[in-house]
Structure formats: C-alpha cells, structure tokens
Design a protein around this ligand. Structure first.
Ligand code: NI
Length: 256
C-alpha cells in the first residue's frame, strides 16, 4: 500500500471528478492521502474532504505564494489545528522564485507557522523554492526541530537535505524524481535514509512519468515509489512499506 503525503484534492481539477480520483486511488493501492491547505479562504473545503472520508487527512496553513490573503494569527492556527483530522501545519515556507521584491511578509508568515506548529505539537509541511538558505536559517532561528515535519516536493541539493535531516525532518519526493533531467535529485533520492523518506504527488501538478504533463492525482504516487525503488536497487514494496510507516510515525495516524 502507498500513502500520498501531499495533494490538493480541493483544487477544481480534482474536486470536480472526486469519485473517479478516489476510485483510482483504490485501484492503485493508495490507501490514504493528506490534503494540504494553501490559504484560509479555501481551507474549509480541504477540511470538508477529510471529514467526509476516513482515509483522507488535512493540514491548515497559508502557502508563501499567496501575497494578499487573510493572515491567520499563531493562535488561530493552533485553535484550528485541534481538529482530529488536522495532522499538520502548512504548507508554509519561502518562495523567492514565484514572487520577488520585499518578501519580509513571507518570512513573518513562515515564522508564525513554525511557532504554531511548536505550540500545537503538529509537524510542519515546508515548501521552499529558490530560498533554501533563508528557509534553513528561519527553521534554525524559530526552533523548527521542536515541531518536526517534512520538506515537501523536495528539489534542493543534498546539502539542504542534510540540513533538514539534521533538524529531524523528513524529505518527500514528488513526480519530479521521475523526470529524465532531474539527475541531481535522483542522487539525493539515493542518499536520503529510507526511514526519513516520504512520497507525494503534489497533485494536480507535477504528474510523474508516464503521465508527465497530464493532470496529476494521488493514484499516481506509486510511480514515484517505483522510480525510487529503481534508483536504490530495491523492491517497490520496500519503498511502499517504509514510506507508509514513516507517514504514520510523522503524522501520528494509524491507517484504517
Ligand atoms: Ni502543494
């Protein structure tokens, strides 16, 4: 069995044909998925998915790519995260690729999310793009190791992976690891300790080979596992079993 540790089932590409998407999960032995929040306005739809389906979980948080949205306070994040289906804070982090200019608001938002995660003892889901140095610096300054979490859709260097591993974080690989030109990332996927690895789709984006360019969905996560198994010269069942155990350990949820 596989678990998709990061997807956006509330996005219209997937929400508009949810039955089909859930059926394909089942067909592909993808037993659970974590629906990740990107802003407070859409969060109720994310939570509704997790409430309606026992095998779906949710997170709460505001993605760094949304500049003009409601900014939740640390207290509000902590309060909302008390819900039994909320297993993480995020996605949060820094993105200096999509947005430029004075991004102090992004750093402050990230700090708030780290503080909330520590307060409510839930792990962080961290997005970082073209901002690795500041991401690691803020994790250090705010004590993100006290909350733990995952570097989602990892595309950074082995050095950045090591820094995150040193904070006790997990590294999650998406369909990008299946892309032919992702040579450096494939090497990182060979080095990350199996007991600290997760797999995800980040659907509806980043469909793995052989679906590259199409709408992604949680049922495709097994192609990520297959590529990692190939890179590490092991059985896909080993990757499936270990990443499932890691998910359960990190998010404190037992599959049913
Ligand atoms: Ni995402």
């Amino acid at each position: 069995m596989f678990i998709d540790s990061h997807c956006h089932l509330d996005f219209p590409e997937l929400a508009n044909r949810l039955d089909e998407v859930l059926a394909r999960m089942q067909d592909n032995q993808v037993t659970h998925a974590l629906c990740v929040s990107v802003n407070m306005q859409d969060f109720p739809r994310v939570l509704a998915l997790a409430e309606a389906h026992t095998h779906l979980y949710a997170s709460v948080g505001v993605h760094p790519d949304y500049p003009d949205v409601t900014e939740p306070s640390v207290e509000e994040l902590v309060r909302v995260a008390q819900h039994p289906k909320i297993v993480a804070i995020g996605e949060t982090g820094l993105d200096y690729y999509r947005l430029t200019g004075d991004l102090e608001w992004q750093r402050q938002r990230f700090r708030n999310h780290i503080q909330a995660a520590i307060k409510c003892s839930k792990p962080l889901i961290i997005h970082t793009r073209s901002a690795a140095e500041d991401t690691i610096r803020l994790m250090q300054e705010e004590g993100a190791d006290k909350a733990g979490g995952v570097m989602h859709c990892f595309t950074e260097s082995w050095e950045v992976a090591q820094a995150a591993l040193d904070f006790g974080f997990y590294i999650s690989f998406s369909g990008i690891v299946t892309f032919k030109n992702a040579k450096a990332l494939k090497e990182v996927a060979q080095k990350v300790p199996l007991e600290r690895m997760l797999i995800e789709t980040d659907s509806p984006y980043l469909a793995p080979v052989p679906f590259r360019g199409k709408t992604n969905e949680p049922g495709f996560v097994k192609h990520v596992a297959e590529e990692i198994a190939r890179l590490r010269n092991c059985d896909v069942d080993t990757i499936a079993q270990q990443t499932t155990n890691n998910f359960i350990k990190l998010f404190n949820k037992i599959g049913n």
